[in-house]
Design a protein around this ligand. Structure first.
Ligand SMILES: O=C(O)CCC(=O)C(=O)O
Ligand SMILES: [Fe+2]
Length: 309
């Protein structure tokens, strides 16, 4: 068996591989193993059972952005489960216990240590959380498109499985990508100054897919256990692979975090257009921020959470 890249001790401290930072800079992603406590994952499942599944109130969803009732799917093992992903469940008044459980899961010293091994920001704003029940079938894209740091590439996606992720149940595929490498419209040979935002998005991502293929960049598909965390940069192209058959669940959290020192929001089209005006992010008002200890190894720092709503 391969040596894990990072290990959690029972005390919750983490030994992080010294090569993690260089790997992240070069590849734009990193799997950090064993950082999330099993009890925290169990707690989220328990809270989902009594606060989400048992409740018929419409909840805010991804991708609709609206409050929708549950959409159900029949699982391969004969159950029925919720299929439509929750958007920002940590911010919804209907799910206060889920908010607490998500904070307890994400904002731990072990996750701080993992982040400190790949990034030097030390303080972040949670910009968005999505809770997926099944693989969303997302096409190849970059998460920073709608808003990123200045310069782009500093936002991090924390992708946290709530159940094992295998080649069967719709894993995430990552195209290794140097952190901070932004291909411009000129690099891609496209015009991004005409069309609707959707058309520009599609034109850019279609050209990005061709560039990935022409460069021979191979998709990496991490198999993840409960407890693992996949971190990737906002410019790292990725997608969801489909499940091998219908009715396979693949529960996971996607947490977008942006360094507090660069909380402003500039979309990739704005960055490519050379737009120097920073749009203050709505997330700075509604988000939740926390700090990572400066010396992750020695600090007795307690996670600082502050709702800045
Ligand atoms: O969970 C997945 O398969 C990927 C989702 C994703 O990349 C996104 O929503 O930005
Ligand atoms: Fe994504």
């Amino acid at each position: 068996m391969m040596k894990p890249l990072a290990q959690s001790t029972p005390e919750g401290t983490t030994t992080v591989d010294a090569t993690a930072g260089a790997f992240y800079a070069q590849n734009g992603y990193r799997v950090l193993r064993g950082l999330i406590r099993a009890e925290a994952i169990t707690a989220v499942h328990n809270v989902l059972a009594h606060e989400v599944y048992a409740n018929s109130a419409p909840l805010k969803r991804h991708l609709s952005l609206t409050k929708d009732p549950h959409a159900y799917v029949a699982t391969a093992d004969g159950r029925t489960t919720v299929a439509n992903a929750l958007l920002d469940p940590h911010m919804q008044t209907e799910t206060p216990t889920l908010r607490r459980a998500l904070i307890d899961l994400i904002c731990t010293t072990a996750v701080a240590d993992g982040l400190a091994s790949i990034d030097d920001a030390r303080a972040y704003v949670v910009r968005q959380i999505i809770l997926f029940f099944v693989s969303p079938g997302t096409d190849t894209h970059i998460d920073g498109w709608g808003g990123d740091t200045v310069p782009p590439g500093g936002q991090i996606t924390l992708w946290i499985p709530l159940e094992p992720v295998t080649p069967e149940n719709g894993p995430v595929g990552i195209f290794p990508w140097p952190k901070g490498q932004l291909l411009s419209d000129k690099d891609l040979g496209i015009d991004i100054n005409r069309g609707t935002p959707d058309e520009i998005y599609n034109r850019y991502h279609d050209a990005l897919k061709i560039a990935i293929r022409e460069r021979g960049i191979m998709c990496t598909v991490p198999q993840l256990d409960v407890g693992d965390l996949l971190a990737f940069s906002s410019l790292t192209p990725h997608m969801s692979l489909p499940p091998r058959r219908e009715g396979l669940t693949r529960m996971a959290l996607q947490v977008l975090i942006r360094p507090l020192r660069s909380p402003w929001h500039r979309s990739i089209p704005q960055a490519l257009a050379g737009d120097v005006r920073y749009r203050q992010p709505y997330c700075a008002k509604i988000g939740t921020r926390w700090r990572v200890p400066h010396s992750a190894a020695t600090s007795t720092f307690k996670w600082l959470w502050q709702s800045i709503r």
